[in-house]
Design a protein around this ligand. Sequence first.
Ligand SMILES: [Ca+2]
Ligand SMILES: [Ca+2]
Length: 409
Amino acid sequence: CPGRQEMQNSLKQVQKLLSAHEASYLQSLRTLKKKINLLQGTAKQPARANNNTCPKLDAPANGRKLGKVLTVGHEVHFLCDAGYELVGSESRICQESLSWSGQQPLCRDSNECASAPCLNGGTCVDEVNQFSCICAKGWAGATCQSPVPTFAAAGALPAATTGPFVRPSRCTQVQGTTHCTCEPGYTISGRDSNTCTDIDECELFHNGQAGRLCLHSCVNTPGGYRCTCPAGYNVTRDGRSCKDIDECATRQNNCTRDQMCVNTYGGFQCVRVDCPRIRNATYVKTSPMRCERNPCPVDNKACSQAPNSFSYHYLSVVSNLSAPRVMFRVTAMRPMGDTLRFSLLGGKQARRHFTVQRSDRQTGQLMLVSPVQGPVTLEAEVEMSELEKRVQLGRYITKVTMFVSQYEF
Ligand SMILES: [Ca+2]
Ligand SMILES: [Ca+2]
């Protein structure tokens, strides 16, 4: 009967399916058991570690070892330092037999010369992580790429590019690149690294923010520079500024015996003090810088009204001195009478530059009111008069001569 046959076929298929499931189930069970055994073995391992590890491995010379676990199933990897290449097994596994797979690797110096980097017949020398070239005659550079300029070629250069302002550079090869250096005060010339040219410090620092290189003038020299000063000055110890030469102290003057030498900034002056010749009174020199009136005849009012003394003072100042500024003080040592007066004598020029002020009861001071551009010589006279009940007792004149220099140092 067809119905029964169909039923039997279905049962057979179910049976096949069931036995396939059973086989699969048993297989899974075996795998699980294995895994459990392996896990149990791993858990017990520390107690018998010595029995279950591969021998210790060393890192190769010029290389490193990655991985520290020496138990079965673990891997150790090897790396080489830069410039070295690995020969042998890159990684090794600790096997069930407690021995490592593969071979102990080596780190071998890699050969940078393999690509024949030296040109024009140069010989390559392999070094650790780099190479150098020994160039054939007539060639230079890291890879012997540049022809060496011969002496004849240098001589053929225009005159402006030779001489003390041009020097050859010193070149060394480091890691395949050429480094050229110059002596101090020189810099690599823009055109090629074989030539060094002098640095023009005077030009370079002409308008420097930190101030001029030299206070007066700068002279560029091969490999350096120097500051110079105008006549009458020496360069200071720091090499930058200028210091006046004291011609009076160093006998570099031509003043005669009856003259006095006055040192000025940038020069000197020979001065001679002559007592004034005025009507009604005569004067005598009481010191090199002072004249006093001779005693007046009795009842000679004109003589007794003439100044009692003239004092002479010479000042040396630099040009453009800041103002206002006290230039000189006149003091009455033993004042007589009840009043002292100080006043400025002299013409327009004196009044343009000076004023006289009283600084205390017995002292008057000559003030410079505006800066003066040198070179110029200015003169001013300060008169001090003593009065008693508005009657003049005495007059004393101080003549101040001011030598203003050309330069501001
Ligand atoms: Ca220079
Ligand atoms: Ca001088």
